[in-house]
Write a protein that binds this ligand. Sequence first.
Ligand code: KIV
Ligand code: NA
Length: 279
Amino acid sequence: RKSVTINTLQSLYRKNEPITMITAHDFPSGHVADHAGMDMILVGDSLAMVALGMEDTSEVLLDEMLLHCRSVARATKSAFTVGDLPMGSYEVSPEQALTSAIRVIKEGRVKSVKLEGGAEMAPTIAAITRAGIPVLAHIGLTPQRQNALGGFRVQGKSTASALSLLQDALAVQAAGAFAVVLEAVPAEVAAIVTSELSIPTIGIGAGNGCSGQVLVQVDMSGYFPPGRFLPKFVKQYGNVWAESMQAIQTYGKEVKSREYPAKEHTYPMPKAELAEFEK
Ligand code: KIV
Ligand code: NA
């Protein structure tokens, strides 16, 4: 498969063909997503929780993101890669944001960056895109701002907040964003925003009227212990945890029972050498 570029994404958008996007956080998760034919791979700051065991995304550092971006980038031959700018790496000024975005490209080796925020981030998005770095915007539920939003809540449920979501979408588009993630907004609102824009919308918990969809890989593949809370919008397509659990438990049992390693997993020694050695 040819590599997906910004032009490929634009052509999918023009053909009204949904854009597929998934997160990855390391070499294996990047590899499998790329081989599965995803159009876009996001190294999201959700890796704070799913790969680093942190409470939320506010803890992860730019330097930590860079290592993960680089690992995913090495695994990705085809998909268009995006690296999240973590909280604290871009809000101070457009200059700070551009400096961080350049690091994500040069050290993280991905092709574009994502940042959270609407109209207020327009000058920042403009500064980064002016430097030739594609920006994916992210509006609606913006997890980095969970403390200000009062938690993980659906955005755009009232007429006023739907209108402000639309204004944010138009502002990030005018600032040069190549696409915009809409997280946790009513499907009707997302569909209207999508029809008002001339750039793709990538939905997560935003219904099927968006130009594409994104999910967190460990959530959709079921790579988490039983009992983990999953947002309503997640569809679990697999049970990687159960598969992995079963493999590790069987290995453990076979080691205890000396069933493993069997003969076929063992290096033989030539009989003559062995006889000599045994003397
Ligand atoms: O960090 C992340 O995984 C994200 C997606 C859920 C959009 O930002
Ligand atoms: Na994120």
